[in-house]
Write a protein that binds this ligand. Structure first.
Ligand SMILES: Cc1cc2nc3c(=O)[nH]c(=O)nc-3n(C[C@H](O)[C@H](O)[C@H](O)COP(=O)(O)OP(=O)(O)OC[C@H]3O[C@@H](n4cnc5c(N)ncnc54)[C@H](O)[C@@H]3O)c2cc1C
Length: 447
């Protein structure tokens, strides 16, 4: 049995949940209690603004903040936690250079989020674009411009049109937002490509349900979103699923095939490997917890944010995987950890959602705030005000506000820094499909 071990709280993951938890614990716990964040990224990503990064309205560095600049006395270790030894209360981690180490904890909070899973649609894993990290947003925007450059030098009309077609899979929040921002970007940059003046850049949004933004539970806002997206030139296909992806097309459940130069997928999440490795009860891929966020069947293991399934005492339902809930859980968990360290009873998590907002492009948004619905330009203005206020640090707020102001008179930056997503291998069925399209078009031109 180990003795003289420091009273230490270890947090795995430095996203919304992990950072907020560390910040709260700093205020609530006595100085002799150590707080350590182990995260495989040195920064928090402000995900609500990622679609704006894709749309080149703001710079990628505006939506990330280094964790150690958000906390005071927390020790921030950039490392990937590979294993939890629950018997000895130790977290094992891998450093940047591949060496390993372990750290002892009195309490461990798992805030690992979730990862994108493109593998649910055959062929998508190697060709699809996810939107979860800041790198995803940079790569997507970069390759979109790259497709315009490629189309400008492409002699065949059909191939040009394919390169200028983006398919977005998923009509939830991220899908609708990214489709809107991509459509805005494509429209704004089209005039810089006189070679493409006879082509029409296209965005196709595929959604398997009857209504867009089902998370809002408001049919009128879903209909408004559909109307505005279509007005913005986006082709929305409801009750449609993608069955297969190749490097040149998406094959739909209807049998239709859409030729495309970019497939963005905003559906499908995966349980982080660390969470899977615990061997503890999962539901919908998330760790099940007691009402106070303690992992079921454990004494000093807690979880919050997207990797957890926390019951909400307010409405008796499991919490949704949103930043709003992750941060609120962090505030409550800090209180509970304070209680646990003093052997006082903890409290169940209870929170009434403040609402939801989605920016759908072309200066439009939809929102439900404390049950009141907003849509159109006013909702978009509200979206910008609320998220600017939520964005951490004054310097980021100023950077974003200045970028927004600049985006009114100036066009988006169309610098392309090299094709970043792996190109399809010149072998196998994809390559054959690409060639058959080329050959077909070639014959069409000759006849
Ligand atoms: C495009 C997009 C837009 C969104 N918009 C909104 C919105 O408008 N409003 C809203 O409320 N929510 C929104 N969300 C959802 C929101 O981003 C998530 O709910 C939120 O990020 C969850 O916070 P988290 O701390 O649980 O996970 P994350 O923020 O994902 O953080 C998890 C952290 O853990 C780290 N990690 C994972 N495994 C390990 C490991 N083994 N070792 C060390 N570190 C590890 C990760 O690198 C990451 O830093 C959006 C999400 C996306 C993708």
């Amino acid at each position: 049995m180990k003795t003289d071990l420091p009273k230490r709280i270890v947090i795995v993951g430095g996203g919304f949940a992990g950072v907020t938890l560390a910040q709260r614990l700093e205020r609530l716990l006595p100085a002799q209690m150590e707080i350590i964040v182990l995260s495989d990224a040195n920064h928090l990503v402000f995900t609500p603004m990622l679609p704006e990064v894709v749309g080149r309205t703001i710079s990628p560095l505006h939506v990330v903040v280094a964790g150690r600049q958000l906390t005071r006395r927390t020790q921030w270790l950039e490392a990937r936690v590979s294993r939890i030894d629950r018997e000895n209360n130790e977290a094992h981690y891998v450093r940047r250079d591949g060496t390993t180490a372990s750290i002892h904890y009195a309490h461990l909070a798992l805030a690992c989020g979730s990862t994108a899973n493109l593998a649910e649609i055959p062929g998508l894993a190697s060709r699809g674009y996810a939107l979860k990290t800041v790198t995803d947003a940079i790569v997507m925007g970069n390759d979109l411009i790259g497709n315009f450059e490629a189309a400008a030098t492409e002699p065949e009309r059909e191939a040009r049109q394919r390169l200028l077609t983006v398919v977005v899979i998923g009509g939830g929040f991220s899908g609708v937002e990214v489709a809107g921002h991509i459509a805005d970007l494509m429209r704004a940059i089209h005039r810089f490509y006189p070679e493409l003046k006879n082509e029409t850049p296209r965005v196709v949004l595929l959604h398997k349900g009857k209504h867009l933004l089902p998370e809002l539970h408001h049919e009128s806002l879903s209909s408004f979103t559909l109307h505005k997206l279509r007005q913005n030139g986006i082709k929305v296909q409801l009750q449609t699923t993608a069955q297969k992806a190749t490097s040149v097309a998406v094959h739909l459940s209807s049998g239709e095939r859409i030729e495309t130069g970019m497939i963005v997928c905003t559906v499908g999440t995966e349980t982080p490997p660390l969470i899977k490795s615990l061997g503890l009860p999962l539901e919908k891929g998330r760790l099940k917890t007691d009402p106070d966020m303690k992992v079921k069947g454990t004494t000093n293991l807690w979880t919050l944010g997207d990797c957890s399934l926390v019951p909400n005492a307010y409405d008796g339902r499991p919490c949704p995987a949103t930043a709003q809930f992750a941060m609120q859980q962090a505030r409550q968990l800090a209180e509970n950890l304070k209680c646990a360290s003093r052997d006082v009873a903890t409290k169940p998590f209870s929170f009434r959602s403040r609402g939801m907002l989605a920016s759908i492009g072309h200066r439009n948004a939809v929102a439900v705030i404390y049950g009141v619905k907003f849509s159109g330009f006013f909702a978009w203005f509200l979206w910008r005000g609320i998220y600017l206020a939520k964005l951490p640090t004054l310097s980021r707020k100023l950077e974003v506000a200045i970028s927004w102001a600049c985006s009114i008179p100036f066009p988006p930056n169309i610098v392309q820094l090299g094709q970043s997503k792996q190109q399809p291998a010149k072998a196998g069925s994809d390559w054959a499909e690409a060639q058959s399209i080329k050959t077909k078009h070639h014959h069409e031109y000759q006849t």
